[in-house]
Design a protein around this ligand. Structure first.
Ligand code: M6R
Length: 626
C-alpha cells in the first residue's frame, strides 16, 4: 500500500519540505523506498525510509510544486531505480499506488515504439504511456501556445490533460496517481481507480494524497475522488472529470480528525480499520488470478509449475495466526487436491529431524516474511531438498526472496499487531493454490466453477457481516466479566476456533483456549462452569449436528454459549445463550466468514477495557528473534 503526496502552491513554501513532511505522515502505511520530484530540481529516490530520502536531498533542491511517494513494492524489488516518481523518458513524471494488470502488453507496445525502460515496475510503463500519448496528441497543438496557458481553463482540451486521459483509457487494473508535466509546473493531475485519492483544498495551494493525513496540517478541506475520476489541480483551483470527459461537481468535506486519526481513516484503532478492509483485502488477493477458462493464474509460481505437478506431500510451516491459516489449508488440499498435508509449528519444525522425501513441497506462510522461526523452518526444508514456496504479504522480504517461488497477498501493510486482514487473505490465496493443484490432479470443471463462484462472492458476504457489528459489540460487553473463554469448532472451523482464542488472549490478556469440539470431552469440558463461556462455531455444514450436540453438552454443565451459525438457522438461538450469524458459503471457504465476528468480538472486548489494542503488551508485529 503505497503513499502518494503532491503539492502545488503560490504561498512561497518550499515544496520539498511540504512533501517530505507529508511523506512522514504517510509512513504508517508501510514503505520500502521513497522519492520526490520537482520540475525545478528533478527527482531524488532511495530505498528505505523518508529520513534516508531527506539525507539525499541536496541543499539547493528547490520547487514550488512537486510529487512524492512512499513505495510498498508489488512489481520489482525495493531498489532506488524501482522507487517512484517514474519518468516517461521526457517531461512526464508520475507516482502511482496500485497494480497495472496489462502492463506487460503495454510495455511491449511501447518498446516497439522506441521507449526504453529503466525499472521493473508497472508504474514506469504508465509514465511512458502518458509520454507516448503526449507525442500522439502534440501535433494538434500550436507549438507556440504550448505551456503558456493555464489549461485548467481549457477543461480537458489541454495537451497534458488529454494525454493523461487517453493513457488511462487504455489501462486495466488499479491506480491512485499523481502526474506532473515539467513544462506546466504549477498543474498536477490525479486519478483514481481502486486505490484511494483525496484532494486537499487550501488557500492558494492544493494537494493530492492517498489519505487526508498529510493534508490535515495544511487544510481541513478535502475532496474524495471516486473510482473512474480524474482531477486537475493548480494552486487556485481543482476540477474533477469522469474518464468519459464529463465534469463532476463534488462537495468539499471538512475533516474534523487529527493527523493521527486521519491515518486510521476515522477508526479508533488500526485493527478495526484493517478488519473493515477485509473485503478489499480478499479482492486484492484474488485480482487477476481466477481466470474465465477455469484455471488459476499464479504468476509467482510459473517457474516451478512442473515441479508442482509432481508434488506428493505438502508440509506447511508458520507461526501464530499464519499457522492457523495453514491448518485450514490442510483440509483444503486434502479434500480438493488429494495431497497429504502436515502443518508444523515453525519453531518446532526447525529443530526436528524432519523426513523429507522427494516430491515434498514446503509452504512457508508469513505476513511479514521476516518471522525468524518460519524462515529457518523453510530453510531446513530447503536444505533437505524440498521445493519451497512462500505465501507472503511483504514484497522483497527475506522469506519471499529465499523461497523457490511464491504468491504475494497484496493486502497492504498490516499495522495492528493482531493479524486480521492478512489471515483472510492467506485463506483466499491458499484456496487458489488448492484449486490450482487440484486442477493439475484432475479436479472436475463443475467443482472448480463452484469454488470460483463462491470465492468471488466472499467480499460481498464479508461486507454484509461488517455492515452490522452492533450485535458483536453488545456481546463483548455482556461477556466482559469472563476471565476464561473456550472456542470450539470442527473440520474447516477447527483452526478458526484456535484463531478466535489467540485473538482474544493477545488483545485482552485473559485465558482463552481453542479446542476441537470432539476433543472437548477428553479434558477441557472439566473447566466449564457458569463463569466460563464458550464460543461455538456451528455453521450449517457437514458437522452441524455434531456441533449442536457439543453445545448441548456445555449447556448441561451450566456453561454459557455464544453460537456462531449460518444465516437463517432458527435452532441455535434456542440451544445457545446467544447467537451470531454469517452468510452461507462452501464449507471450504467458511473460515473466511466465520473468523470475522471472532476478530470483532476480540477487538470490542479489549477496546471496551481500554487496552492498547494495536500494540498489546509483550508482543511485536514481526518476530525476528527466537
Ligand atoms: O508475520 P507472520 O505472519 O509470520 O507472523 C506470525 C505470527 O507472529 C502472527 O500471526 C501472530 O500470531 C499475530 N500477532 C496474531 O494475531
Amino acid at each position: 500500500m503505497c503513499g502518494i503526496f503532491a503539492y502545488t502552491g503560490t504561498k512561497g513554501k518550499d515544496a520539498s519540505k511540504v512533501l517530505l513532511d507529508g511523506l512522514l505522515a504517510l509512513e504508517y502505511r508501510g514503505y520500502d523506498s521513497a522519492g520526490i520530484y520537482t520540475p525545478e530540481s528533478g527527482a531524488v529516490k532511495t530505498p528505505g525510509a523518508v529520513r534516508e530520502l531527506r539525507k539525499k536531498i541536496p541543499a539547493d533542491f528547490k520547487g514550488k510544486s512537486g510529487i512524492a511517494h512512499l513505495r510498498w513494492a508489488t512489481h520489482g524489488e525495493p531498489t532506488e531505480v524501482n522507487a517512484h516518481p517514474h519518468s516517461g523518458g521526457g517531461d512526464i513524471w508520475l507516482v502511482h499506488n496500485g497494480i497495472i494488470e496489462n502492463f506487460q502488453e503495454l510495455k511491449d507496445m511501447l518498446m516497439e515504439k522506441g521507449h526504453e525502460f529503466k525499472s521493473g515496475t508497472d508504474t514506469e510503463v504508465l509514465a511512458h504511456l502518458v509520454e507516448e500519448k503526449m507525442n500522439e496528441v502534440r501535433p494538434s497543438f500550436a507549438k507556440a501556445s504550448e505551456g503558456k496557458k493555464s489549461s485548467v481553463d481549457q477543461g480537458l482540451d489541454g495537451l497534458f490533460e488529454r494525454a493523461v486521459l487517453a493513457a488511462l483509457q487504455e489501462v486495466h487494473g488499479t491506480y491512485g496517481l499523481a502526474v506532473q508535466y515539467k513544462k506546466e509546473p504549477s498543474k498536477l493531475i490525479a486519478a483514481r481507480m481502486g486505490s484511494p485519492i483525496v484532494l486537499g483544498i487550501g488557500d492558494g495551494e492544493h494537494f493530492i494524497a492517498s489519505d487526508p493525513s498529510p493534508i490535515v496540517p495544511h487544510s481541513k478541506k478535502v475532496v474524495f475522488l471516486e473510482d473512474g475520476e480524474m482531477a486537475v489541480i493548480t494552486p487556485e483551483m481543482h476540477t474533477i472529470y469522469k474518464l468519459d470527459s464529463t465534469q463532476v461537481g463534488r462537495e468539499i468535506t471538512e475533516i474534523d480528525w487529527s493527523a493521527e486519526e486521519a491515518q486510521k481513516g476515522g477508526y479508533e484503532h488500526f485493527m478495526l480499520k484493517e478488519i473493515m478492509e477485509e473485503p478489499d483485502a480478499v479482492r486484492n488477493s484474488l485480482r487477476g488470478r481466477l481466470l474465465e477458462d477455469g484455471s488459476v493464474r499464479l504468476k509467482g509460481l510459473e517457474s516451478v509449475e512442473d515441479k508442482l505437478k509432481n508434488v506428493k506431500r505438502i508440509i506447511i510451516v508458520a507461526c501464530g495466526t499464519a499457522f492457523y491459516a495453514g491448518q485450514v489449508a490442510e483440509y483444503m488440499f486434502e479434500e480438493y487436491a488429494g495431497i497429504p498435508v502436515s502443518v508444523e509449528i515453525a519453531s518446532e519444525f526447525r529443530y526436528k529431524k524432519p523426513v523429507i522425501e522427494s516430491g515434498t513441497l514446503v509452504i512457508a506462510i508469513s505476513q511479514s516474511g521476516e518471522t525468524l522461526d518460519t524462515l529457518e523452518a523453510m530453510r531446513e526444508g530447503k536444505r533437505r531438498g524440498a521445493l519451497t514456496i512462500g505465501i507472503v504479504n511483504t514484497v522483497g522480504s527475506t522469506i519471499a526472496r529465499e523461497t523457490d517461488a511464491g504468491i504475494y497477498n497484496h493486502v497492504g501493510p498490516e499495522i495492528s499487531v493482531a493479524s486480521t486482514k492478512a489471515f483472510v487473505s492467506q485463506l483466499a490465496v491458499l484456496a487458489l493454490l488448492a484449486m490450482h493443484m487440484g486442477r493439475q490432479r484432475g479436479m472436475k470443471d463443475e467443482t472448480f466453477a463452484s469454488i470460483a463462484k463462491e470465492l468471488k462472492l466472499i467480499p460481498e458476504k464479508m461486507e454484509k457481516i461488517l455492515a452490522s457489528t452492533g450485535a458483536v459489540k453488545a456481546l463483548a460487553k455482556k461477556y466482559a466479566y469472563a476471565r476464561d473463554f473456550l472456542y470450539i469448532g470442527r473440520t474447516y472451523n477447527f483452526p478458526v476456533a484456535y484463531e478466535g482464542a489467540i485473538k482474544l488472549k493477545e488483545l485482552s490478556y485473559i485465558h482463552a483456549e481453542g479446542c476441537g469440539a470432539g476433543e472437548m470431552k477428553h479434558g477441557p469440558i472439566a473447566m466449564i462452569d457458569r463463569q466460563f463461556p464458550t464460543f461455538a462455531i456451528a455453521l450449517k455444514d457437514s458437522v452441524y449436528e455434531k456441533m449442536c450436540s457439543n453445545i448441548q453438552e456445555i449447556r448441561a454443565r451450566k456453561g454459557p454459549v455464544i453460537a456462531l451459525g449460518t444465516d437463517g438457522d432458527s435452532l441455535l438461538a434456542k440451544i445457545a445463550d446467544d447467537a451470531l450469524y454469517v452468510p452461507k458459503t462452501l464449507d471450504m471457504l467458511s473460515p473466511l466468514l466465520s473468523v470475522v465476528p471472532l476478530q470483532l468480538f476480540a477487538y470490542y472486548f479489549a477496546a471496551a477495557k481500554g487496552y492498547n489494542v494495536d500494540r498489546p503488551r509483550n508482543l511485536a508485529k514481526s518476530v525476528t528473534v527466537e
